[in-house]
Design a protein around this ligand. Structure first.
Ligand SMILES: [Zn+2]
Length: 80
């Protein structure tokens, strides 16, 4: 077996592997896009919640309505 044959086998093996793995990657892509869409949705929801919430008097970070402590600096927001 000479180097030419070896390279040919290697090339065929690479192409075969790429061909086999291709649907695997193609199937994964929509899942990743769904995940990103989910993140964007979550971020949008958090943003909406923050907007409807309050602002921490200590650090100025937006806090969720009903939160007793600031998630950013830990300042008590409600005295009760
Ligand atoms: Zn704060």
């Amino acid at each position: 077996m000479d180097i030419g044959t070896l390279l040919l086998i290697l090339a065929i093996a690479t192409l075969t592997a790429a061909f086999i793995l291709q649907p695997l990657f193609a199937r994964r892509k929509p899942q990743r896009d769904e995940l990103i869409a989910h993140w964007v949705e979550e971020l949008g929801r958090e943003h909406t919640e923050a907007e409807s919430g309050a602002i921490c008097p200590q650090c100025g970070q937006s806090v969720h309505a009903g939160d007793r402590f600031c998630a950013s600096c830990g300042t008590r927001l409600k005295e009760d």
